[in-house]
Design a protein around this ligand. Structure first.
Ligand SMILES: NC(=O)c1ccc[n+]([C@@H]2O[C@H](COP(=O)([O-])OP(=O)(O)OC[C@H]3O[C@@H](n4cnc5c(N)ncnc54)[C@H](O)[C@@H]3O)[C@@H](O)[C@H]2O)c1
Length: 443
């Protein structure tokens, strides 16, 4: 394959750095972030013979050693190691970049990759702020890049069937769609790690990147960063984005009209910043969406013990990681009986006249990174939209990010999704982005 060159230097757009892959070509992939999720996504790509682990970048050498070993075990050449992710993105031999760093890094790395002509697989949540997410959508469009956001339920066949079933209208008028994140982390939680000098200033600085410089705390780094707002939106964006996306997909809705949240750190005495108990509610124009996060009690949220539920007038769909099930409603067209002590027969006929209005059904499966990686590799070649393209990822992520703003401002926020602004709260609009620590700037 040949790189495409344009005759004038000014025509050197991102496209000129990218090659067009044919069906039999192997995509040369560069990985930024090979921790907990990066490793899983790497495994997902290693399943496919047309993906090559060509370059790797992470702050931990043990993670790089593992990734290199896995690549070599799959017959790949030794991948190039980069200490600085910007150098990896500059590597012209790469077709695509896989980003699985903490959320506060996604926008800078994804936009730089798009501007360098790379296609991008970016982990969820897409961004740390709504402003960043919109810039990421623009960067993909500007450079005509294929982007897959790591909301991998979108590539699970049994969940595609669930979404098609709900979209068909079979559940009747849907009034409520809810997701639960239920764990019991009481009493210890993360523990209260003390602040102090970092083991390595360079590593701490590279971790923080655009985030404010704060004293080192072990809990702010590897994996545990998701309990701190400078690097993550907490469980609303961590788990919530999977559920909001799945529910939004089923409902066929783009963006909410309003959001409000209540919650707090009620039970767990560690140094986390995010609440341990929270309820977010969105008005999706005639459907209420709810995300319930309870991290100090793990009792099931509903009768079928599933992580999501969609209630319609004709039935309820229960959705879990490994199954979904539709339970019919039983209804009657008789008017509600007026209860009176002098004639109990009036109410007695009501319940027996109820009948189920649809057929029960169920399905099983499991969403993994493999089919999502496959879909990305296919789209790199076909230039089609991925199952979770950047706009889809942005719409789901931004819904969760505005919920965090409602929580922080303790308010009911009306959302103009076109303008991506709140219409009733100027202070809340200030939280749609934050000031990056120099020298970091969004392109
Ligand atoms: N799709 C899913 O189901 C899923 C599951 C878990 C995590 N995630 C997402 O994956 C991302 C990473 O989460 P994680 O659990 O793997 O965290 P993690 O802390 O285990 O991994 C993050 C990695 O990023 C690396 N990193 C940080 N700054 C870097 C820099 N400047 N240059 C190079 N590497 C850098 C770290 O060294 C670390 O190994 C998050 O956005 C998270 O939301 C998605």
């Amino acid at each position: 394959m040949h790189r495409r060159h344009f005759s004038t230097a000014t025509a050197l757009t991102a496209l000129s750095y990218s090659r067009v892959l044919g069906a039999n070509d192997r995509a040369q992939l560069g990985y930024i972030g090979l921790g907990n999720r990066g490793d899983q996504v790497h495994d997902g790509f290693l399943e496919w013979g047309d993906a090559r682990t060509a370059a790797i970048c992470d702050l931990k050498s043990s993670y790089l050693d593992l990734a290199e070993k896995k690549a070599k075990d799959h017959g790949h050449d030794t991948p190039k190691r980069y200490a600085d992710w910007r150098k990896l993105i500059e590597d012209k031999s790469l077709d695509a970049v896989v980003i699985a760093t903490p959320d506060h890094w996604h926008a800078l790395q994804m936009i730089a990759a798009c501007d360098a002509g790379k296609d991008v697989y970016c982990e969820k949540p897409l961004s740390l702020t709504v402003f960043e997410g919109r810039r990421m959508v623009e960067a993909a469009e500007r450079n005509k890049r294929v982007v897959q956001v790591g909301i991998h339920r979108r590539s699970a066949k049994f969940l595609q069937e669930a979404a098609a079933y709900v979209q068909s209208g079979a559940l009747g008028k849907i009034t409520l769609a809810q997701g639960w994140h239920l764990t019991n982390e009481w009493p210890t939680g993360l523990g209260a790690a003390p602040e102090g000098p970092p083991p390595s200033e360079a590593e701490w600085d590279a971790w923080l990147g655009p985030a404010p410089k704060v004293p080192y705390n072990r809990n702010r780094m590897y994996y545990n960063f998701r309990w701190f707002y400078n690097y993550s939106g907490g469980q609303v964006t961590n788990f919530g984005v999977h559920y909001v996306d799945m529910l939004r997909w089923c409902l066929g809705k783009d963006a909410p009209k309003a959001v409000t949240v209540m919650g707090g750190k009620y039970a767990i005495d560690d140094n986390r910043e995010i609440p341990d108990t929270l309820q977010a509610m969105w008005d999706y124009d005639g459907v209420m969406m709810v995300f319930t996060q309870i991290n100090a009690n793990a009792a099931p949220g509903n009768a079928l013990k599933t992580e999501m539920m969609i209630r319609g007038t004709k039935g309820t769909m229960y959705l879990n990681l490994d199954r979904w099930e539709v339970v019919p409603e039983v209804i009657t067209e008789l008017p509600l009986p007026q209860r009176t002590p002098v004639d109990r027969n009036l109410e007695k006929g009501y319940n027996p006249s109820k009948k189920p209005v649809l057929e029960a059904r169920k399905s099983t499966g499991y969403p993994t990174a493999q089919p999502h990686a496959r879909n990305f590799l296919d789209c790199i070649k076909s230039r089609a939209k991925c199952n979770c393209d950047v706009l889809t990822g942005h719409l789901s992520t931004s819904a969760t990010l505005i919920a965090n703003i409602a929580y922080k401002t303790r308010s009911y926020l009306e959302w103009d999704a076109r303008a991506e602004k709140f219409t009733n709260n100027a202070a809340a609009n200030q939280l749609l982005h934050y000031k990056y620590r120099p020298p970091w700037k969004l392109a």
